[in-house]
Structures are given as C-alpha cells and as structure tokens.
Design a protein around this ligand. Structure first.
Ligand code: FE2
Length: 423
C-alpha cells in the first residue's frame, strides 16, 4: 500500500504523463500509468512536478531587516556593507531568529526547501552565528539550512577575523566562506583564499566564497580559488559565488580562466537579482550588467546555479523567496532565451543548486526523498514565465503547503462568469 500516488505529472526533464509512487517518505517508483492502492491519490492533470527549489546563496542573518536603521541611499554594495555595520550593534538573537523563521515560512510556501546561508562571523560575539544555528535546528523538520562562515569584514582585514571564523566552525557551521575582494590588497585577498582553503582541507569542509563581487576586471581571486582547489584536492567541494568581475574581464584572459575553473571542479553561483542591482554602479552609459558569464561557464561543463542572495536587507529592498523570480531575472540578464537556455535557468534553481549544496536523495527518481513541488504550469519554461503558483509542496512525503490555483474572475460584457488564467 502506497502513502501517495501522483498521476499524470510532467517532470522538468521532459518526461510527461508520469506517475510517482511514494512510501515512507521516499519515492518508490516513477513510471507511466502506474496503478496501485494508495492512501492518497492525486491527478496532476499534466502539471509540472518538480524537485524542490534550492537557494545556494543567501544571507539569512540580514533578511527582512530593510529600513533598519535606515535605507541604503546609494544602492551600492559598499554602502550596504557599511549599513550592515551600523545595524550589527542593534541586533538581538531573538529578532534575528524571528525574522529568519518568517522568511523560512515564505520559502516553504514557495517550494524552496533548501537554503545555503552565509552568516557573518566578523563580530567576536558571534551573535548571528548562534541565532542562525538556532534557526537551523528549529527549521530542520521542514527545511535544509546550510550555514557558511562568512567573514563579512574580511578574514585578514578585520581584527580577530580568522579566530572568529574558526570559532563559528567549532560551533557547527557547515562551510568555510571568504571575501577576498574586500581584503586590503589583491595579495591579501589571495592570501585569504589560500588560508581558508587550507582550513577547509584540514577540517574536511566545503568552501563557498564571495569571490570577485566587483566590476574590476583585475579582481582575479577566482583564479587563486581554482588553483588552491586543485592543489589541496578539494575538487567538487568548492564554490565561487558572484564572480561578477568575469563580466568585465577581457575575453582572452577568460578563455584561459574558464577551463581552469572546469578542470578544478569549482562550481559557480550567480545572483542575478543582486548582480544586476549592485554592479555597474560606477558606470555612466553604457552601464554593465555585471553578472558572471553563465552560458560560457555552463558550456565548459561548470555547474552553475542561481542564488537569491538578499531579500529586504541592506543590499536589496525587494524579493519574496521566489526562486522562479531569480531564474526569470537570470534568464534575461544572461540572455538565455533559447528553449535549452530557459530550461538551464530552471535547472540553476533546482538540480544545479542542489549539486552545489551537495544535497543527497534529491530528484524525482526511485529511491530519492519524496520532496517535490506541484506547479500551476506545464513545463519549466511556463513555470518561469508565470512565476507559477506552487499548488502543493511536499517534503519527505509530508504535505507542507498548498495554495489555490491562480485564476481571475472576469466581469466582461457579453461573457458573464468567465475566468482567466493567462498561459
Ligand atoms: Fe552574498
């Protein structure tokens, strides 16, 4: 006897009219036309059943703090960092936990069930770290929250930066972070990459650095990150986040760099909403887009995912935890408008993001967790186009959220009682 049988589902990889059988929180079979007794049966009627959305780059300690203590006037990354510095002395553990839990509720409703969050380790109190560890524990029954030790003020530039980061790891933070482009000099930035990769190798941890989040084409810390990954045998465990300077690098240098990234098995996360908002701020016109070279990295075999990065915080005033909005922006900024390109943008917030995070038991296949989202769309492209309603969200066989289909009740002359759902 099955717990759940979903029939007539379209899957993101192009399989259509599939049945998905669930028992004890796991998918036991995926096939066409399955017939079996189940406690619950659901006809998906040709709608898209996707594995959950994953956000591989977020800042849960800053989320929903918009306006505290003031708004970012210039809209730049550097004013955002300064503003976060003004807010930090005012933070309390309770308020951080409360805001993060609200965001996690939003995330679940949007089918976003795994988030990798950087957490600021710069302050000796480690207050954000303790708060986010508490959140991780509280949301564990319904959401995978990974934490990255992120030295926002620079691991070498800030007093006690390395010591504080190590203490955060001792407390149970999962991933080693960094911010080489914010260290004092290029050489200190490179030194920070080396020492943080060595620390990760020593402790057997993954690495995920904010890397070259800059319009400066000479910001080349990704080269050092790829080199250290290979030197220390960290292939498959290292991610470069942002990599926006690659947008502005000359093509000859990039033609050498991308194969080095691929060879080192380093993945990349672009943050389209934030990159298009924060980069190019020193330009007049033409103004650069500032997102890294997503199609070129993908073509070289690099795993590329998209992150949300910020929602209503010192760096970004909008957002709602909707990874389809992230994919939508990524598609436009990278001009990935072919059918294949649009599907790759959907993968960037699902399977590729899961790969960056190293999630196990992910995907709609027998043996994987019964975690998935039913969308009011027929395929990934339609899902992105409509930022489709998440009709139902399950995790390990348990229904966590459901939402009524979007439909307008029209009052048109001569067409009484008609409804419309724009396809
Ligand atoms: Fe970030």
């Amino acid at each position: 006897m099955l717990d759940l049988l979903i029939t007539h589902a379209n899957l993101p990889d192009g399989r259509i009219n599939m049945s998905v059988a669930v028992r004890d929180g796991r998918i036991v079979e995926v096939a066409e036309g399955l017939q079996a007794l189940a406690h619950q049966t659901l006809d998906a009627a040709g709608q898209l059943l996707s594995p959950p959305f994953c956000d591989p780059h977020f800042h849960m300690d800053a989320t929903l703090s918009y306006g505290l203590p003031r708004v970012n006037q210039s809209g730049t990354l550097l004013e955002g960092i300064a503003l976060w510095g003004e807010l930090k002395p005012l933070l309390t553990e309770e308020a951080l936990v409360e805001r993060a839990l609200v965001y996690c509720d939003w995330a679940v409703a949007k089918g976003l069930l795994a988030i990798r969050s950087h957490v600021d380790t710069s302050d000796a109190s480690l207050l954000p770290v303790r708060a986010m560890l508490e959140v991780k524990k509280r949301v564990a029954p319904y959401l995978d929250l990974q934490l990255v030790a992120f030295p926002q003020d620079g691991v070498l530039r800030s007093k006690g930066g390395l010591d504080n980061l190590k203490r955060a790891l001792d407390l149970g933070v999962d991933v080693v972070g960094g911010i080489p482009h914010f260290e004092r000099t290029m050489s200190e930035g490179a030194a920070s990459v080396k020492l943080l990769c060595e620390l990760a190798a020593e402790r057997g941890l993954p690495v995920d650095m904010h890397c070259d989040e800059s319009d400066d084409p000479l910001s080349r810390h990704i080269e050092t990150l790829a080199y250290e990954t290979q030197r220390l045998g960290l292939q498959g465990r290292v991610n470069g986040s942002h990599l926006t300077s690659m947008h502005s690098m000359d093509n000859y240098y990039v033609s050498k760099l991308i194969p080095l990234i691929a060879e080192a098995g380093v993945s990349a996360v672009a943050n389209p909403l934030i990159n298009i908002t924060l980069q190019g701020r020193h330009d007049s016109y033409p103004r650069r887009r500032g997102m890294t070279r997503v199609p070129e990295l993908l073509a070289a075999g690099v795993t590329v995912a998209f992150g949300h990065d910020c929602v209503m915080d010192p760096w970004y005033s909008l957002g709602s935890g909707d990874m389809l909005e992230v994919a939508h922006m990524g598609l436009h900024v990278a001009q990935m408008t072919s059918q294949a390109g649009m599907r790759q943008c959907f993968d960037a917030v699902t399977i590729n993001a899961a790969k960056v995070m190293g999630l196990g038991h992910y995907g709609i296949e027998a043996g994987q967790d019964a975690s998935f989202v039913l969308l009011q769309a027929r395929d990934p492209i339609e899902a992105i186009r409509l930022r489709a309603t998440r009709l139902k969200v399950w995790r390990k066989g348990r229904l966590l959220s459901d939402m009524a289909p979007a439909a307008a009740r029209l009052a048109l002359p001569g067409r009484p009682g008609s409804t419309a759902f724009t396809r």
